[in-house]
Write a new protein. Structure first.
Length: 298
């Protein structure tokens, strides 16, 4: 089971101007083939169907702990998209076409199917599909797939980083380049433990250091590229049998953290009356509050 707490991985910058087209590009990092929905569901279903988990516990723990982190990555990318969409339309009488700017944006779903919030689809609006998940049951094959998946995700993040100067997008991508790099190295180390094949000699792929990206460099400096979190207060600690020694790229010592990062407050989005969201007026809210207090005996 996953214990959820009301934080997101990092604090995102406050927006200057809405950027719906950049938000459309970032959707690829959420609902594309190499997006966070794919990494989450690949590792989640691999962990659900993991065979001989007691005998192969370090590898089971690795997949479980990374899947726990991926839930937070889905959440973080979603909030980045939400933040870039905020303010793209305005509250006005319906006959004044307050959402007319949505007609010319790349993904009109953001303005029609949602209240200008993220959904699990890609940068062209095609929905994420379970066909993107992979579970062969063969541990080496699954780990190889995960290694390739994380490299593909890294490539797409780097490309989207180069597509937009949005500080919201770049802050999120910079952090995920570093954390995704940890996952690549972790799967490489797991494959080495299983087969003796040193996949780390290939890294980084693409052949460009995270330190080349301004928004990633600070997370490398903070040591986030050497930490692997268990995302559990007491379980999955046997990842220490895999995540040990020195970072193959930097030579810095690797560290397992029992638990999760501190995180940052979840953004609280204002109402968007033009999208009829949340559809509760001030008077409605006051009445709901009174009703809840009466039911609680307050």
């Amino acid at each position: 089971m996953i214990e959820r707490f009301n934080r997101i991985a990092i604090e995102l910058p406050k927006r200057d101007d809405p950027d719906p087209n950049a938000a459309a590009a970032v959707q690829e990092l959420l609902g594309g083939r190499f997006g966070e929905m794919s990494t989450l569901n690949n590792y989640m279903f691999q962990s659900f169907g993991f065979r001989q988990q007691k005998k192969l516990k370090p590898f089971y723990d690795l997949i479980c702990s990374i899947s726990g982190e991926e839930f937070g990555h889905v959440e973080l990318v979603s909030h980045a998209i939400n933040s870039m969409l905020e303010g793209a339309t305005y509250a006005e009488d319906p006959d004044q076409t307050p959402m007319r700017d949505g007609v010319d944006k790349r993904i009109s779903y953001h303005f029609i199917d949602t209240d200008q919030m993220a959904k699990p689809f890609d940068s062209m609006g095609a929905p994420w599909t379970g066909d993107y998940t992979f579970k062969s049951g063969n541990l080496v094959e699954d780990l190889l797939h995960n290694y390739f998946l994380e490299i593909g995700a890294r490539t797409h993040k780097m490309r989207v980083y180069e597509m937009t100067s949005s500080p919201i997008a770049r802050e999120m991508i910079g952090y995920l380049l570093v954390r995704g790099g940890v996952h690549i190295k972790a799967y490489a180390k797991a494959l080495y433990a299983l087969t003796g094949t040193d996949m780390t000699k290939m890294l980084p792929v693409p052949n460009l250091s995270n330190r080349q990206f301004d928004y990633a460099r600070k997370w490398e400096d903070a040591g986030e590229g050497t930490k692997l979190y268990t995302f559990s207060q007491k379980d999955y600690g046997e990842i220490r049998q895999i995540w040990k020694g020195d970072d193959p790229e930097t030579g810095m010592p690797l560290e397992v953290i029992q638990g999760a990062p501190e995180g940052a407050p979840v953004p609280d989005y204002p109402p968007a009356p033009e999208t009829f969201a949340p559809g509760i007026s001030r008077e409605d809210f006051e009445e709901i509050s009174k009703r809840l207090q009466r039911q609680a005996g307050l």
